[in-house]
Design a binder for this molecule. Structure first.
Ligand code: ZN
Length: 408
C-alpha cells in the first residue's frame, strides 16, 4: 500500500491547514509557560480524537519552573515504542498567521508547528482510509528545544531508550525542485588546550621567556586547517585567550589592558584555546583528537612550553543505521511514486533530538520529516502548503511501514 499526496481527502488537508493556523496563532516562545500549555492542550485534544491518550507532564526547565511536555500514547505501548519527537516552542513570540497563496506565513509555521500538524494530518489520512498507525506509537513534544533546554535532552534520553524507531518532525529542506529528509547529524566534541610557558621581560630577558601564546596560536592555526570538506570532520577554534598568566586567569577583570601598551613587555606565559570538532563518526573524532594531541606535543617541545589538550564534552553523532537506511530508502521511493523528489541529507551540521538518543546507531531514526518552507526564526517564516500535503502522505507512509514491520 502507498499513501499518495494526490490521493489525500481534501477534508484531511483542509483541516490540517486550519489546525496549523490555529497553532501558529498561539504565541509559544520558549519560556512562555501559558502559551506552551495552550499549544500542548490544543494538540493533545486533537490527538485524543484520533485514538491517542494525551498527558501533560510538568517538568522543571532551565529556571526550575514547570513547563509542559505533551506525551500522547497509542493503545499498545509496551516495553518498546515508535517514538515521534517534536517541540512546542518557537524562537519568536507569535504575530497573527496569514495565508498567502500556497504559503502559510506564521511564527513557528516551519519550525515546527508544521511538523506537528502534518503528524495529526497523517493520523487523519490513515483513519480516512480505515488504517491504523502503529499501536505502540508515542508522541513526545517538548517545550525548550529552541534554547537547548534540559527538558528536551532528558525527554529524548528517557523516551528514546525504549524506542525501536524514532521519527523526528523537524522540517526538511527545500533543495532544487525537491525536498530533503535528514538521515545523519554530526556529533559535537568540545575541547580545551591549556598552554603554560615561562614569563620574562621582553626587553631585558627575552631569550629566557617561553611563549605559551606563540605555541598555542601556531597550534590553533594548524588544527583549524585539519578540517576536511564533505563528510569529514571539521575543527573550529572558537576562542583564544593568551597573555601573562594573571591576565588569562582573570580576564574578566584584566581585559581593561586590551588596547593599552601595558604588559606588552611580558613574554606571554599562558594561553587557553577552546573549540569544537563536528564529526559524523566517533572514529573520526578519535583520529582528530590524536592528531591534535601529537601536534601539541611537537610544538610544546619546540617552544619549550607545556600544551595540554583536554576533551570537555561529547555529543555523539546520529549515524545512518541499516534500519534507518531501510526506512529512508522506502520513503524516497514512495515520494518518487507520488511524483516528487525526496533527497537524503546524511550530514546535517546542527545538533538536535537524535543526537541525545542513548544509542542513535541502535535504532531506526529518520529526522526532517516535517514540511519545508523558509525564514526559520525570523519574521519572514513561512510554510509551503504543497509540502504540507506531501509530508502528510509521507509521514502516513512512514507510520504504515513501521507498523507493518512491527519494530523489526
Ligand atoms: Zn525546530
Amino acid at each position: 500500500m502507498s499513501v499518495r499526496a494526490a490521493g489525500l481527502a481534501e477534508a484531511v488537508v483542509a483541516s490540517t491547514v486550519d489546525l496549523l493556523e490555529e497553532l501558529c496563532a498561539i504565541s509559544s516562545a520558549s519560556g512562555d509557560r501559558a502559551g506552551l500549555y495552550a499549544v500542548a492542550e490544543r494538540l493533545g485534544s486533537e490527538l485524543a480524537c484520533l485514538g491517542l491518550v494525551p498527558e501533560l507532564h510538568a517538568e522543571p526547565g532551565i529556571d526550575g519552573e514547570a513547563q509542559p511536555v505533551l506525551v500522547a500514547r497509542g493503545p499498545g505501548v509496551g516495553e518498546r515504542s515508535t517514538l515521534l519527537v517534536g517541540h512546542l516552542d518557537t524562537v519568536l513570540p507569535a504575530v497573527p498567521p496569514r495565508r498567502c497563496g500556497d504559503r502559510l506565513e506564521g511564527t513557528g509555521a516551519l519550525d515546527m508547528k508544521g511538523g506537528l500538524a502534518a503528524f495529526v494530518g497523517a493520523l487523519r489520512a490513515l483513519r480516512a482510509r480505515g488504517e491504523e498507525p502503529p499501536e505502540d506509537l508515542v508522541l513526545v513534544a517538548v517545550p525548550d528545544e529552541e534554547v537547548g533546554g534540559p527538558i528536551s535532552v532528558r525527554s529524548v534520553r528517557h523516551w528514546g531508550g525504549a524506542a525501536h524507531t524514532v521519527l523526528v518532525l523537524e522540517p526538511g529542506l527545500a533543495r532544487g525542485d525537491g525536498e530533503t529528509l535528514v538521515t545523519g547529524r554530526r556529533g559535537l566534541t568540545t575541547w580545551r588546550l591549556d598552554g603554560r610557558g615561562t614569563a620574562a621581560h621582553s626587553g631585558v630577558a627575552y631569550w629566557e621567556g617561553r611563549s605559551a601564546l606563540a605555541a598555542a596560536a601556531t597550534w590553533a592555526g594548524a588544527v583549524q586547517r585539519m578540517s576536511e570538506r564533505g563528510d569529514g570532520p571539521v575543527v573550529n577554534v572558537g576562542r583564544i585567550v593568551g597573555g601573562d598568566s594573571e591576565f588569562v586567569s582573570d580576564v574578566g577583570e584584566e581585559h581593561r589592558f586590551i588596547g593599552t601598551s601595558e604588559r606588552l613587555n611580558i613574554v606571554a606565559d599562558r594561553c587557553l584555546v577552546e573549540g569544537e570538532i563536528r564529526h559524523l563518526a566517533a572514529e573520526d573524532c578519535e583520529r582528530f583528537l590524536a592528531r591534535m594531541r601529537d601536534l601539541a606535543d611537537d610544538l610544546a617541545r619546540g617552544w619549550g612550553v607545556e600544551l595540554e589538550l583536554a576533551e570537555i564534552d561529547r555529543i555523539p553523532p546520529m549515524a545512518v543505521s541499516a534500519a534507518s537506511a531501510g526506512l529512508a530508502d522506502h520513503l524516497v521511493r514512495a515520494a518518487a511514486a507520488d511524483g516528487w523528489r525526496l533527497e537524503l541529507e546524511p550530514n546535517r551540521g546542527g545538533v538536535s533530538f537524535p543526537n541525545f538518543l542513548p544509542d542513535p546507531a541502535a535504532v531506526c531514526v529518520v529526522d526532517g520529516l516535517g514540511p519545508v518552507g523558509d525564514g526559520m526564526h525570523t519574521r519572514r517564516e513561512y510554510l509551503d502548503l504543497g509540502s504540507l500535503r506531501r509530508r502528510i502522505a509521507l509521514i502516513a507512509e512512514a507510520l504504515v511501514y513501521v507498523r507493518d514491520r512491527g519494530g523489526k
